[in-house]
Design a protein. Structure first.
Length: 281
């Protein structure tokens, strides 16, 4: 079921399947910011990643010596959340463990997703109570204007100038050992930016990313408090119609990883709150 809330600036639509943001419109000009989920490119909009972020080696996790099947980014994005609270400018969704979930992840958990509107900003908070280690993340996809015009550069990701560790996706969607240091402020969006799959920043990750169009005009800004951040768009011989800016409290396994779940990158071993936001311009 889809639910819509709005304020003077924004209209937001959220699907209870995955508690996923599916539309974000600026009311002043009718501009849509969230990818429409066309399966020709990518069928999703802004999934929540839980209890894993990224790929698990051989699609398997290990907990207390036992192995369980786990698909990329976990299962929450494909489960029905319960809308437990609604106001004119906020929504709260809840997902609890079930017999089905415990077959893949033997934990008792409660995941609350609180979404609110504040002027031209949408805030997201994930409250997790879990008796086992877990990862969590966001995977929002934002519409990229003029993607089909054959431009040399479609836009830029702007961030605070600094030096970041950049990881690369390798075998079976997991992380290779060829880490590099990238000192930068802006990253151009060109037909080759994502030839090697996602750009993954960590230790530290930039705390704010501003997406600008081909003319340098700011479209939106994502802020977060996560230890890792992914930038991604499907590489299909040129531009895709969208880019993703993904705050992660977790990360895919190293290639060949066969350790326990609690040894995964940025694993959370206590209940916690995780926040990010998107401001549109």
């Amino acid at each position: 079921m889809r639910t819509t809330i709005e304020n003077d600036c924004l209209r937001l639509e959220v699907d209870s399947l995955g508690a996923e943001m599916v539309s974000l419109v600026k009311k002043q000009n009718g501009r849509e910011y969230v990818w429409d989920g066309n399966p020709q490119w990518w069928k999703r909009h802004a999934p929540i990643l839980f209890p894993c972020v990224g790929a698990s080696w051989n699609q398997t996790i290990r907990m207390e010596g036992r192995e369980y099947p786990m698909s990329q980014h976990g299962f929450a994005r494909d489960m029905e959340f319960c809308l437990t609270q609604q106001t004119s400018e906020s929504l709260k969704y809840t997902l609890r463990d079930s017999e089905e979930s415990r077959m893949r992840y033997p934990a008792s958990f409660e995941l609350k997703v609180i979404i609110g509107l504040k002027g031209n900003c949408v805030t997201f908070r994930y409250d997790v109570v879990c008796d086992k280690p877990y990862q969590i993340g966001a995977h929002p996809a934002f519409v990229m204007p003029r993607w089909d015009e054959g431009l040399d550069q479609l836009g830029t990701f702007g961030m605070e100038e600094g030096c970041y560790t950049l990881s690369h996706v390798g075998e079976k969607g997991c992380i290779g050992r060829n880490l590099e240091q990238m000192c930068c402020q802006d990253i151009p969006v060109t037909p080759h930016t994502f030839d090697g799959d996602a750009l993954i920043f960590e230790t530290p990750a930039p705390r704010a990313i501003c997406l600008r169009d081909a003319e340098g005009v700011a479209l939106l800004e994502v802020r977060h408090n996560a230890p890792a951040l992914g930038l991604w768009s499907p590489a299909k011989g040129g531009y895709a119609p969208f880019v993703c800016i993904e705050p992660w409290w977790g990360r895919a396994d190293w290639e060949g990883f066969e350790g326990e779940f609690e040894e995964k990158a940025y694993c959370n071993c206590q209940s916690g709150q995780f926040e990010w936001s998107v401001t549109v311009f």
